[in-house]
Every structure is written in C-alpha cells, then in structure tokens.
Design a binder for this molecule. Sequence first.
Ligand code: ZN
Length: 302
Amino acid sequence: MQTQEDYLAGLLEHGLLFSTGVDGLFGRSALFEATVDGLNALVTKHGDGFNAESVTYPPSMSRVDFEKSGYLKSFPGLAGSIHSFAGDDRAHRDLLADLEAKRDWSGRQKITDVVLTPAACYPLYPLAASRGQMPKEGLCFSLCSWCFRHEPSRDPARMQAFRQREYVRMGTAEQVVAFRASCIERGEAIVQLLELPYHLDVANDPFFGRAGKMMANNQRDQKLKFEMLIPITSDEHPTACLSFNYHQDHFGLAWGIKTADGEVAHTACVGFGMERITLALFRHHGFELANWPAGVRQALAL
Ligand code: ZN
C-alpha cells in the first residue's frame, strides 16, 4: 500500500489537490469537486424518508454557542478561534512595526464573537433549542459544512479544513437510536455502491488529557460512536470516513432542547467525511476517472 507521502505526491502530481504550503490545507480540482458533488447527491438520495430539514451555515459559528458546547473542554487543541485587529492608528503602527521586524504580532489582535465550525452539527443545537418543544416525531436536519480542526498532518486524509455532510436527529432515546441504526445500513449501502472496502468498528473521539481517557473509554464501553473505516494510505490504520454518533442527552442538556413530552432530548448524527471518501475513491479506483468502474461513475453521475 502507498504511504501517506506517496499518495499525497500522487494527488498533487495528478492535479487533484493544490498545495498551499501548509499541511492539511489544499485547493481542490474541478474533478475532485465534481466527485464531492456526486457524493453529496448520493447521500441526499439515501436520506430519503428522513424528512430532514435542510439548513446551511457558513463555516463559522457563534463563539458563545461554541463555548456552551463543551468543545474546549474535550478538544482544546483542535479548536480554531477567529481573532481580529480592533485598535486605533497608534496600535496599527505598532502592528506594522511588528510585521516589518518579523516579530510575533498575534498579541495585537483580539478574539472575535466567531469561531471556525468544528463539526457540521454544532450550530444546529441552539437553533433547535430556540424553537421550543419539538413535535412528537422529533426533528431531523440535513446539512453540509466546511469544518476546521487544528491538526496539521502529512496524511492527505487528515485535513485541517474539510467538509462534513450530516444528518442530525433529535428526539427520544428510542427515536435517535433507531435513526442511528438506519444510518449505518444506509451508509453501508452507499459505500458498497462506491465499491470501496470497509469495516465498521466501535470508536472514540480524541478527548484531551487524562480525564479525556476516561471519557473515551466510556464512549467505547457504551458503543456511543461507530466508524466506517476504509483503508486509504494504510491497511493497518484505515481511515474513518463515516461516523455514527449517539450523544445521549449531552447537547439536549447543554441547550435545554425538549422533546414533545418535555423531557431532555437525545441527539444523534451521522457524518460523511466528504474529502476522505473522495480520497478513498481516487485511492482504490485510480487517479484517472476513465479507469473507474462504470457502476461507481454512474452512482456519482461522473
Ligand atoms: Zn454531528
């Protein structure tokens, strides 16, 4: 199997990705984007019957909501906050002097009310909470968002800026657990259509620190997270391309989201890593679209 460096070099040579000089930050070619678009449409087709409400957010969210989500507690090193200059003429001169002298100028900026979205579903929970008690059948949302995670890597499948396509379900524990099971079936059907090798496994999020280890163990013990793993640059360490997450009442409690019966809502989401699945397609079917299996091209309208 190709190493991460070899596969990255292949992607750049074939003009599928364009380097920015920063690890994990790439431009995408027309073919790469057409593949993402085809995948997006395929996921939408398989979400038929969820009666999901489609919502689109920019790749940034409210800092207050972000703080409330608990993300900084669990993943401080992955977060991306947005800072900006807010000084007067004199402060501006100081900033320019720092730049000129190639000194660290970050202290001249202040944190803004906006952070980069860490996962597509995060801006949805405050929206659902703002609507008050939900209907008996609960809620389902469909969305796709650019997400940011600060984890520079030479592995092309571990980008800092990437897209997550999600379905998010909110309701009773029974409703969201049934939803997650149905998502696993649909996810398998999609990956089979794409003729990609995969296996499903219990997983955990990369919670920070010593307390994080306990959270990760708990997440595994309770089977709260499953991942669909596809080998991209390693058979031994395949890449999580889809994830199926049961948050229990974490977000329901954080925002006071209520079911029709006034109970704290449970939530679950399925996330499709659009870049990762696209990279898996080029890895397994080749850099030349003409060589891809006809069924795969048909499924993606390519
Ligand atoms: Zn999510």
